[in-house]
Ligand binder design. Sequence first.
Ligand code: PEP
Ligand code: MG
Length: 504
Amino acid sequence: MLLEDMDAINETEIRLRAEHKNVGFCYYTTIQKVIDTIVGTGSYEYLRDRVVDLEDVRAAVLAKLAGDERSGLEGLDEFSIVVAHTLTPSDTARMQASKVVGFVTDRGGPTSHAAILARSLDIPAVVGCQGASVSIAPGETVVINGYSGEIYVEPDDLLKAQIVAWQQQLARRIQRLREISLLPAQTRDGRRISLELNLELEDEIKRTSKTATDGVGLFRTEFLFLSREDWPGEDEQYAVYRELAESFGGRPVTIRTMDIGGDKLCARLHVTREMNPFLGWRAIRISLAQPDVFRVQLRAILRASAHGNVRLMFPMVTSLDELDDALEILDEAKRELASQGTPHNHTMPVGVMIETPSAVMIADALAKKVAFFSIGTNDLVQYTLAVDRDNQRVAKLFDMYHPAVLRLVHNTIKSGHNARIPVSVCGEMAHEPLAVLLLVGLGIDGLSMALSGIPEIRRIIRRTTLLEAKEVARAALVGVTGTEVRRTLESALLAVGSEIGTDR
Ligand code: PEP
Ligand code: MG
């Protein structure tokens, strides 16, 4: 709010024009005037924290103006847990290279992109914990349980011993799951489900184990643009996509065109904070509005398609027009490459994400033009239930088991299968042990998730039959509230046994 304060911005600008001093000096002086006013009043004691806030923000602005891009994660000690008001997806992406072993935020929900990245990086995280950044002091010993969302501050010896025992138990369960990691995700009566990976970061391509997956169901390319300062051109993007395609040796690799916007801001593309960011300038809307940037990405993906089993996917489609426009630019890119004699797969499969209720309602028409559907449940839940996925105040209402969501998922699968195209889920619902039997029973063909989720999902699939899963889905579809649906799924999961808890 301080950064966006129009009085401060206007006064800085006026000083800049009148005094011809540099912008840092003008901003410094503007904020100093406010600080002096506060210090000069009798309520300084009461307002001391506001002065600290002002100084903090001013220091960050001046550092940024001076070209200092440090995130504050650099100088941390080994085994640090970051407790912050909020973390952007790019802050989280930087954690990998730092000493951070976990984080807690006041803001956000379990499908915020900071939380999604934490899952990919296998970093325990608790989000949407209002007041944590104020009530936990720097240097305190903190233990977090990313499964249950619990935080322990300054645990006593007894609690520490319990936590260590729990960690050991968890490690044994994970080890048991690893033992079946090379077996197919197939039900006892032979229904094979494709288990694929969600990847976000470029260096995950090298780091991630590829043996236990059927391919990549979602590569979120926007992180190539967000987590770095320079701008990747066609050749550089091509190199990343090619490495991805080659490293999965013939298995499908699904590359999603950039989904910037929402909680993923990008000054380079003029994507700044909006009043309703998730309803605003986001994903395919930005790509279609900036066809030159879009074309570069499409050309890079097409070129990579000559080196593996590459599939292309468009995010946040809401109408057939958007799909047609995107396909037209793709065709142009193909023609350009063909005329230059540049190798690419002319018949590269193209799919759409089904993540808006409107896409579900016109899924029959979309299905005629694409080779596959991938359901983005994170957005489908947010847009269906009118619940901002990034707002902890409404996080309790973010219910992927809401009957409306179930019916939309069911309808999408039916529309896809009527048109004989496969349908998978790549939202966080795919990572939920509680949702597996339901999704398999509804007829899902594939589930795509962070690597950490795959072993448990595989185990559940291997312990059931398609017949049983269909029965579970039928019972769940009868539920008229999320609670009823959850209850049905909980007793079904109990019957097959769950090794790892569901993320809350
Ligand atoms: C989704 O919305 O479910 C999805 C997979 O896309 P993202 O989380 O990147 O919006
Ligand atoms: Mg989405």
